[in-house]
Design a protein around this ligand. Sequence first.
Ligand code: HEM
Length: 215
Amino acid sequence: MAIVRNLSRNLRFYVLVATILLSIALTCLLRLVTANDQVYIIHLGKFFGLMAIVYWYIVLVLSPLSKLIGKREWLRQLLFARRALGVSVAYFALVHALLAVWGQLGGLPQLGLLPSIFQLSLWYGVVALGVLLLMAAASFDGVIRWMGFGRWKWLQRLGYGAGVLAILHIWLIGVHAAVGAVAIPAGAALVVLGGLEALRIVRLLTESRQGATHA
Ligand code: HEM
């Protein structure tokens, strides 16, 4: 029992270690199967972008899911680990952006030569990444205390806006986003998330209305 308790207390740490191990494994495995250096860097960048999106989805879905099915033990653990998952999102997105700018696009001076739609998409990516990094920095207890809970909560809400910008970024230039086999399940996942959020809002509104009636 003590082992289980220790395990869950250190869950955030384990999530961060798993993120680092996963990124090392991805980097090595892809190197083994890709002979061309340029192709390797481009694919690696895309994999990091994909991991950022997958982790971000998990972070966003946990809260509305717990409202719908209740805080079961596994969900409680994942909710606790959410801050570490958020830091992982920022880490994956940062490596993705660094590989894209310096490994794929030829460095900052080249970005001005890109087509305007590509530049717009990159701006969306830059803002989304900025918010992710701020949220990651604000995931430590000391920083939350320093910011105050109200401002911290606002930053979390800004995360939803950043999510929309990241979707636009991918939609505008992502090669895989244009493939039906990726776009259809991704669209379905977004509909599920939207539905869960809508249910959560309806529940909150109903509860606050009932509270007002009883008061
Ligand atoms: C400074 C910020 C960013 C830069 C410079 C950047 C750069 C790029 C580039 C150049 C591509 C096109 C790759 C290609 O198809 O060849 C791309 C696609 C993508 N980006 Fe970003 N990105 C940034 C931020 C983000 C963020 C914040 C996320 C998610 C959290 C993200 C996730 C993705 C994904 C999933 C793709 C699609 C990959 C594919 O279609 O295979 N990016 N990004």
